[in-house]
Ligand binder design. Structure first.
Ligand SMILES: [Ca+2]
Length: 211
């Protein structure tokens, strides 16, 4: 897959079409310029280009989405739910290591986000890639933000502890939204070692991909 630079984030790869795609987008009155009738292009759902506390946002903000595809970005939990509820998409993380600048990837064949009533519970499984398997730790978890703690940490709020909302457990192996914590920024626990400085990341992207 072509990995766009941050100046070229709208680059896409075309694959087979799912019928639900455009109708769900229109339902939410969102315009994605890379979507075309009859095609399915990978859809950017997350991007972290600077490791800042940009993802330290409220429940309502994560629900609706924020940022820009040319910078830090979150598609939005409600749209993630609407688009993934039928199980038509896989997810791919593209991860640039801070130490080497090398890109790694992790893909999950199953990726669904349940409704807000379940606190946007995540189902993720079926790993392939070379980044290491970090997301199973988050499988089955609900979303947590600094103002809505649904994580597996009995005494703390992982969104506060790590500086970013996510499907935190106790707390995270995938820290693509983090600004603080063990990586002092975004990180991925299982990058190849010892070369990659324990998994610190420079840039992260996640995509919804057609099966
Ligand atoms: Ca907690």
């Amino acid at each position: 897959m072509h990995i766009p630079t941050s100046e070229n984030c709208a680059s896409v790869v075309v694959c087979s079409p799912p019928a639900v795609f455009l109708s769900d987008l229109l339902l939410f009155d969102k315009i994605f310029v890379e979507m075309h009738v009859g095609n399915c292009a990978p859809l950017l759902i997350q991007q972290n280009v600077d490791g800042s506390p940009y993802f330290s946002r409220s429940w309502e903000t994560f629900k609706g989405g924020f940022g820009s595809k040319k910078c830090n970005y979150w598609l939005g939990n409600e749209l993630l739910h609407q688009m993934t509820k039928d199980g038509q998409y896989k997810v791919r993380f593209d991860l640039q290591a801070l130490a080497s600048g090398q890109w790694y990837w992790a893909e999950y064949r199953t990726f669904t986000v349940d409704s807000e009533a379940t606190k946007y519970r995540l189902t993720v499984s079926g790993y392939s890639g070379n980044a290491g398997e970090a997301m199973s730790y988050h499988n089955g978890r609900q979303f947590t933000t600094f103002d809505n703690d649904n994580d597996g940490h009995a005494t703390g709020n992982c969104a506060t502890l790590l500086g970013g909302g996510f499907w935190h457990n106790d707390c995270a192996r995938s820290q693509v939204n983090s600004a603080t914590g063990p990586f002092d920024g975004p990180g991925w626990y299982y990058l190849p070692q010892p070369n990659e400085n324990a998994g610190k990341l420079q840039t992260t992207r996640a995509w919804l991909m057609c099966h």
